[in-house]
Design a protein around this ligand. Structure first.
Ligand SMILES: Nc1nc2c(ncn2[C@@H]2O[C@H](COP(=O)(O)OP(=O)(O)OP(=O)(O)O)[C@@H](O)[C@H]2O)c(=O)[nH]1
Ligand SMILES: [Mg+2]
Length: 233
């Protein structure tokens, strides 16, 4: 990649950052540069669990603390959830004029392999751009999402109150790599049953289980506190 573009990204130019991510998405190699990487928080889980809604609340809380945050939402190729790109944009739009927030979707549809590599380069670019916190969202339904989560530490698994039916994500090995479990939609019946059902898996990972309601913000302060604790250790 052009050193001038990388320099512009480093200086905090958001348009340059967006352009650079488009280039790595198109397969352009990023090349070498200083790896001053911030902690990457991975947020994954089955479609519709409320990941984007939770992230929108987290963004608000992070900004209230005066920290900056960049989010990469890696969209699934599944036609079922392909509308997520637009949904994510709309949900996070309230932060669009804030220089301390950068939100980017990366489409997996039609991607010719190397998705984890492109995501990794996009995250490096966001890190170099100087954000205090980096978040990557994936839908935990396939092997490539597990690969992307390899880039993240900690990994937060978000499930809904119907987790019992969501065996795909379990098959994909997401449960094994989660550092924190979140049962979202705490306002719905079943959330506490799911919490109980996850206790063993969480215990095996030494992970906590939180219950949140993203739509009201309930439990999100605790979620951010847990994330901060995991990123500081
Ligand atoms: N009742 C209730 N609905 C919620 C809650 N959190 C999110 N939702 C709703 O659940 C739906 C899916 O939320 P998203 O945030 O798009 O979920 P997601 O996990 O990002 O979905 P994908 O990116 O498509 O996998 C939306 O209609 C949200 O408004 C919650 O805590 N309670
Ligand atoms: Mg989403």
């Amino acid at each position: 990649m052009e050193p001038a573009l990388v320099e512009a990204v480093r200086s905090g130019d958001r348009k340059a950052l967006a352009r650079a991510i488009t280039l790595v998405e198109g397969g352009e190699p990023l090349g070498e540069f200083g790896d001053d990487r911030s902690a990457v928080v991975g947020i994954t889980g089955p479609p519709g669990a409320g990941k984007s809604t939770l992230i929108a609340v987290l963004i608000e809380k992070i900004r209230e603390k005066g920290e900056t945050v960049a989010v990469l939402a890696v969209d699934p190729s599944s036609p079922l959830t392909g509308g997520a790109i637009l949904g994510d944009r709309i949900r996070m739009q309230s932060h669009i004029d804030d220089h301390g927030v950068f939100v980017r979707s990366m489409a997996t549809r039609g991607h010719l392999g190397g998705l984890a590599g492109a995501s990794s380069d996009a995250i490096r670019l966001m890190s170099v751009a100087g954000f205090d916190r980096l978040i990557v969202e994936t839908v935990g339904v396939g092997q490539s999402e597990v690969e992307i989560m390899d880039l993240a530490d900690p990994v937060v698994l978000v499930v809904g109150p119907s987790w019992g039916d969501e065996i795909q994500a379990e098959k994909a090995g997401i449960v094994e790599i989660a550092d924190l479990f979140v049962v979202n939609k705490g306002d719905r019946s079943g959330a506490f049953d799911v919490k109980r059902a996850l206790t063993e898996a969480a215990h095996a990972n030494g992970a906590d289980i939180l219950v949140t309601t993203a739509t009201t913000g309930d439990g999100v302060d605790e979620l951010l506190a847990s994330i901060e604790q995991l990123t500081s250790s």
